[in-house]
Design a protein. Structure first.
Length: 176
């Protein structure tokens, strides 16, 4: 017969239940601390944004002043409606982009012309639909008004171009 005795003793690194508990505990805790350390290492270093080459320029743009002062010549000659149209309005009103009425299209401009010059000017200055506000941009309100008259008259309107506001120096001279 064969010897079936199980008198062999287990030999291994863990010999007591306390060692077993410590091994199980450390097998969970140590990897967590390693992961936390790696996350801290990866996120703590200064890294520029993706695709940024000139980090100094990016930092300067983020901490720049909130406002700026632009000095303009108050006595400059006002642009005509055609000049303003070519500089500002032609991008959308020539092609009809975003539903803008095309320049010279009487059918598209007819309902708009029936409203009034004031309504068209308000739409141009404050924006309407996909068109952004033009007021406070590169042109004076009178110049935007001249462009509105230029476009509306090309579409069948009969508006009179607005008069340029009197210069402050000329107004003082007229008062004396």
């Amino acid at each position: 017969m064969s010897d079936n005795s199980h008198d062999e003793h287990h030999t291994g690194p863990i010999k007591t239940p306390m060692q077993l508990l410590m091994t199980v505990f450390l097998s969970f805790v140590v990897p967590i601390f390693i992961i936390i350390g790696l996350v801290y290492y990866v996120t703590s270093a200064f890294k520029p944004e993706a695709g940024v080459i000139d980090t100094e320029k990016q930092i300067t743009s983020r901490i720049q002043k909130v406002g700026a002062v632009e000095i303009r010549d108050a006595n400059r000659a006002l642009k005509t409606g055609e000049e303003v149209f070519k500089a500002q309005c032609t991008a959308c009103h020539t092609s009809g982009a975003a539903g803008a009425p095309k320049f010279g299209d009487a059918a598209a401009w007819g309902p708009r012309v029936k409203q009034s010059y004031a309504a068209l000017l308000t739409s141009a200055l404050k924006g309407k639909g996909a068109m952004g506000a033009q007021g406070g941009g590169d042109f004076e309100e009178a110049e935007i008004g001249s462009a509105v008259v230029y476009m509306a008259n090309a579409g069948g309107g009969k508006f009179v171009a607005p008069k340029a506001p009197a210069a402050p120096v000329a107004a003082e001279a007229a008062a004396k």
